[in-house]
Design a binder for this molecule. Structure first.
Ligand code: HEM
Length: 218
């Protein structure tokens, strides 16, 4: 008799584990946001000059940060997805319910969650391909990156990955601040505005970097 009830009410330890996993999801997200900001700025050093980007890449490779840190970032990226995937409905039935609720609620934050879940799945595949291609072709140099951006469909690949990653980072930071109570309800509007501005700045930096790679001669 009590079985259905128990299924709807997780035990205390199950709730504790869920809380811990929520923390891990948030912390891995914060680390990845920090990584993405650093990554965008470091790669953008090519705008100052290819030699500057080469010197930075050399530093990170001579200290083994790329060879060791790169795969670690990949694992963190994977762990973050698996932690978040607990809440993504992979069955059609669940997806329909979320879609109906989002339409019914007219609530921006519910829509942001939908954007976050959809972009996550695309970034998972594209980010993994990107990391594999870059890390399996070391050392990183401006000339090699430029040649890649100018070859095949890579420029379109980055033109898709850039806005998806920046959107995901921007919404992620906003959701962390709201969910973990770093901002009150009254501060949400200002936070959203600040977040949008930050996303726009990183989009501009990324676009400028892609243009620089496109015109860079080998
Ligand atoms: C260890 C991890 C990573 C390394 C070493 C790395 C390195 C690089 C390098 C060298 C470039 C220049 C273009 C090229 O060589 O093809 C680049 C570009 C780019 N990367 Fe990464 N990357 C890493 C992870 C990521 C992740 C996780 C994302 C997003 C999910 C990402 C998004 C991008 C984007 C959008 C560009 C295009 C350039 C721009 O718009 O600034 N990267 N990355």
């Amino acid at each position: 008799m009590s079985l259905p009830l128990m299924a709807n009410h997780p035990t205390l330890s199950a709730r504790r584990v869920d809380g811990l996993l929520d923390w891990a999801q948030m912390l891995s997200g914060v680390c990845l946001i920090g990584f993405m900001w650093a990554h965008m700025i470091l790669v953008a050093s090519v705008n100052i000059g290819p030699d500057v980007m080469n010197a930075i890449a050399e530093f990170f490779e001579s200290t083994r940060m790329v060879q060791v840190g790169g795969p670690l970032i990949f694992l963190l990226f994977l762990a973050h997805f698996l932690l978040a995937a607990r809440k993504i409905p992979f069955r059609l039935e669940g997806q329909k319910t979320i879609w109906e609720h989002a339409k019914m609620l007219h609530h921006t934050d519910t829509w942001l969650w939908v954007v976050q879940a959809v972009s996550a799945m695309i970034i998972l595949v594209m980010g993994a391909i990107h990391m594999w291609v870059v890390l399996s072709d070391l050392p990183i140099t401006a000339a090699k990156s430029a040649a890649r951006v100018q070859s095949g469909a890579w420029v379109f690949f980055y033109m898709a990955l850039l806005p998806l990653a920046e959107l995901h980072v921007g919404i992620g930071l906003y959701r962390i601040a709201v969910k973990w109570g770093f901002v009150q309800r009254s501060g949400r509007k200002g936070l959203k505005r600040g977040e949008n501005l930050l996303t726009l700045i990183f989009l501009l930096i990324g676009a400028l970097t892609l243009i620089r790679f496109w015109f860079l001669k080998g």
